[in-house]
Design a binder for this molecule. Structure first.
Ligand code: PMP
Length: 390
């Protein structure tokens, strides 16, 4: 049978992940130091693991409510109330999902008509355009630039908005650049969104990982934005719970009802054990998150200094656990840089081009790795950059 004629053209048009492709190259080389992974190098807090074990001992092995256990939805509501003064009704404005990934996918499936255009600041997390395409939408990439610390501007958005534009997906703190947009910086974006009557999916999964004097606010907190924002979040980064697959959506009830319907049919509910762990994470793990944040911060400073010392132009990231230096001084494309670096120096980082056209000329380095790994990788990279600098 010819699968090409059978499988959806829409899905075949989705390119394979540039990150995955690069992992596969790196994985074939033994002894590689990896600064390429987008997940914490910590384990989930003990308290979370204990709560998950207890839920098994208590034989809580059935499905939960489709929207998630009410205790968890209440904790999420409490968090948004305390932190942002935003009120979401745990009854019908919060949906517990299988990671932020499910939230993104379901939100886009529920929102998108064929041909709808969805604005995505570029470079972007690789799943955004893939999920837009899978939902039948058209990703419209909005370039951002190092001179603006990769913050999206209204000028760039205005150039690309059309009557077909339905929504925008934003993610701050940002993967891959580490940039954070403050409430003041987002205010004009919110006005743009209102002017063009758009929905915003705000991926806030790195919201706990903020450094220096940067201040993060949920996009829903901006004037008039609660009613048009779908907040996506999850436990993977703040609580090092990637494998537990737990996330959530907060959104106005009319929107959430449609997303919940898809979640009911396609997913049923997030993993029951993870949900019990999630309650403890939100209730009781602030110190653990803060300890991880401080450790990332220490590494961030070391890696920033290391890159500056080797003469690579780079802005100091204020969030997440990525840094995004400019490697054009080597005369290589970002993919050539990464392939040569891994072969010659056994250091794996990810080509900026994997995150969109605006990422070309940069590489994404993750500092979710031990200080020892970071220090050794920096030494090797310095040697490499010195060798190839034009
Ligand atoms: N959004 C961003 C920006 C991410 O970097 C990731 C994980 N790499 C996700 C969402 C997915 O997170 P989850 O594990 O909650 O599905």
């Amino acid at each position: 049978m010819n699968w090409e004629t059978k499988m959806s053209a829409k899905v075949q048009a989705i390119p394979p992940s540039g990150i995955r492709k690069f992992f596969d190259i790196a994985n074939q080389i033994p002894g590689v130091l990896s600064l390429s992974i987008g997940e914490p190098d910590f384990a989930a807090p003990d308290k979370v693991c204990e709560a998950m074990k207890k839920s098994i001992d208590d034989r809580q092995t059935s499905y939960t409510a489709n929207a998630g256990i009410i205790e968890l939805r209440q904790e999420i509501a409490k968090l948004f109330h305390e932190r942002y003064g935003l009120d979401y009704d745990p009854k019908d404005e919060i949906l517990v999902t299988v990671g932020a990934s499910e939230g993104l996918t379901m939100a886009l499936l529920a929102l998108t008509e064929p041909g709808d255009e969805i604005l995505i600041p570029d470079p972007a997390y690789v799943a955004y355009p893939a999920a837009v395409r899978a939902a039948g939408g058209v990703p419209v990439f909005v370039p951002t630039y190092a001179k603006d610390d990769f913050k999206v501007t209204v000028e760039a958005l205005e150039k690309l908005v059309t009557p077909k534009t339905k929504a925008m997906v934003i993610g701050y703190p940002n993967n891959p650049t580490g940039t954070v947009m403050t409430a003041e910086e987002l205010a004009p974006i919110a006005e743009f969104v209102k002017k063009h009557d758009l929905v915003v999916m705000s991926d806030e999964i790195y919201c706990e990982l903020i450094y220096d004097d940067a201040k993060f606010t949920s996009f829903a907190k901006l004037p008039d934005m609660r009613e048009r924002t779908i907040v996506l979040n999850g436990f993977s980064k703040a609580y090092a719970m990637t494998g537990m697959r737990l996330g959530y959506i907060c959104a106005p009830r009319e929107g959430l009802a449609q997303i919940l319907k898809l979640h009911q049919y396609m997913i049923m509910c997030a993993n029951t054990q993870a949900q019990y762990g999630g309650v403890v994470a939100l209730r009781d793990c602030k110190a653990e998150t803060e300890a991880m944040r401080q450790e990332y911060d220490r590494r961030r400073k070391v890696i920033y200094k290391g890159l500056v010392d080797m003469g690579l132009p780079v802005f100091q990231p204020k969030g997440a656990f990525y840094i995004f230096p400019d490697i054009t001084c080597t005369g290589m494309t970002s993919a050539q840089f990464c392939e040569t670096l891994v072969k010659e120096e056994k250091v794996a980082v990810v080509p900026g081009s994997a995150f969109g056209e605006a990422g070309e000329g940069y590489v994404r380095i993750s500092y979710a790795a031990s200080m020892e790994t970071i220090e050794e990788a920096l030494k090797r990279m310095a040697r490499f950059v010195a060798k190839y600098r034009k």
